[in-house]
Design a protein. Structure first.
Length: 94
């Protein structure tokens, strides 16, 4: 059973956040950021709707999710699940 979903697709991740999928954590991988979400039984359907251009979400919520993810990407300090500072990963709560 899956318990998380990982993606580097920035706009998909913003969409997932907008639909209420919880951002669990993120980590830097080379020059990219990998976002880790809680697994949801509807996640496959939500992703399919996104890529098939059938997705519908509140545009203000989506815009705010984009801003939040940009803040994460451009932040220099990260807190991991042990609450110690490092520059590789962090745990997020929605």
């Amino acid at each position: 059973m899956k318990n998380e979903y990982q993606s580097q697709d920035f706009y998909l991740c913003a969409y997932l956040m907008s639909t209420g999928i919880r951002l669990r954590s993120y980590h830097k991988q080379n020059r990219s950021t990998v976002f880790v979400f809680d697994w949801d039984e509807n996640l496959d359907q939500i992703i399919t709707q996104y890529y098939s251009m059938q997705a519908q979400v509140n545009p203000v919520t989506y815009g705010q999710s984009i801003k939040n993810l940009k803040s994460i990407i451009h932040s220099n300090t990260h807190i991991n699940s042990n609450q110690t500072q490092n520059n590789e990963s962090t745990q997020c709560f929605r």
